[in-house]
Design a protein around this ligand. Structure first.
Ligand SMILES: [Fe+2]
Ligand SMILES: [Fe+2]
Length: 318
């Protein structure tokens, strides 16, 4: 990553945003009750209906990605969920290992779960994601509750929101943010010191077309979360869940831009984003995996203006 310097200005904050790595393991560690949950149809889909094939080189790509991150170390790695395929503990172990979470040379990070990491209500209750990604979940909190939490990187605040729920129905990949977490988010945004607020969660505000996600694949109470975020001065929403990357500078359903990192490991889509933020300017570089060289390479840039009026209105400063 090339740091951006401006005359008489602080160096840019440099972030690396990756998502949806969907790492699996063998053996998975099936237990008898698992066969009677959505894990069974999920496994059929994964093993026999093409999903495993789409992630067949995930381990190799993630290893290359970690090498790339270490060669161009960002100020913070942002992981926006779906570490695993079916939320098995063996998958969390491997995903955390491949991302270097908790290793002695670990990069500083921030992580939120994806719907695959809360594959069933029991997996959500197990706290496996939070256990294996704990080193990437430190930060400012309200009353010691896990979500939301915020990390400061230079002048920027990264605010992690959990938007996933363990669902019973095999066809339900939707999520929501419950009322207590929304209330804590409002309080947290109010209490943080001045600085741009960037919200990180798994679900999108909108599809790449600008249309809303369908209810069984999206954030069920999107309007509530957008309202609390906007009121608290959020000037950018980073997410995953959709596996193709995109950016919406002014989506219809939110007063701030949104960026989807896409999947870092899905065959042919494998990419992640680097962001350099200086003042209200964000410069993004998309890094794509090149299977020939087994390395990540630059594949395009875009820029965004992080609405200072929104950020300043909520953070007037001293
Ligand atoms: Fe995903
Ligand atoms: Fe997802």
């Amino acid at each position: 990553m090339n740091p951006t310097h401006r005359a008489n200005a602080a160096p840019a904050v440099r972030l690396a945003h990756l998502s949806d790595v969907h790492i699996t393991a063998r053996p998975l560690g099936w237990r008898r009750p698992d066969w009677f949950t959505k894990r069974f149809p999920g496994w059929i889909n994964y093993r026999w209906l093409g999903r495993a094939h789409r992630f067949r080189r995930a381990d190799e790509v993630l290893a290359a990605l970690l090498t790339d991150l270490r060669a161009r170390p960002p100020d913070r790695v942002i992981f926006s969920g779906d570490a695993t395929a079916l939320g098995f503990e063996a998958e969390f172990v491997r995903a955390a290992l491949l991302l270097g979470v908790g290793s002695p040379e670990a990069l500083p990070g921030l992580a939120v779960p994806g719907n695959h990491d809360y594959y069933t209500p029991a997996v959500q209750r197990s706290g496996l994601f939070e256990r294996y990604f704990a080193p990437w979940q430190t930060g400012e909190r309200i009353d010691g509750t896990t979500y939301p939490f915020a990390q400061r990187v230079g002048p920027v605040w990264l605010v992690a929101v959990n938007s996933c729920t363990g669902n019973r129905a095999p066809w339900d990949a939707g999520g929501s943010v419950d009322a207590p977490q929304l209330e804590r988010l409002g309080l947290l945004l109010e209490r943080l010191e001045p600085g741009p607020r960037i919200l990180v969660t798994h679900y999108p505000v909108a599809l790449s077309s600008g249309q809303k996600e369908r209810r069984t694949h999206g954030l069920r109470n999107l309007t509530d979360l957008v309202r609390v975020a906007a009121r608290g001065g959020v000037c950018l929403w980073l997410h995953g869940h959709r596996h193709g990357p995109y950016c919406l500078p002014s989506p219809s359903f939110a007063p701030f831009p949104v960026i989807c990192a896409g999947s870092a490991t899905q065959y042919g889509l494998w990419s992640y984003n680097e962001y350099a933020i200086a003042g209200s300017r964000l410069e993004a570089t998309r890094r794509v995996y090149a299977p020939g060289t087994r390395r990540f390479e630059d594949a395009g840039t875009f820029e965004l203006s992080l609405n200072p009026s929104v950020a300043e209105a909520a953070n007037p400063g001293p």
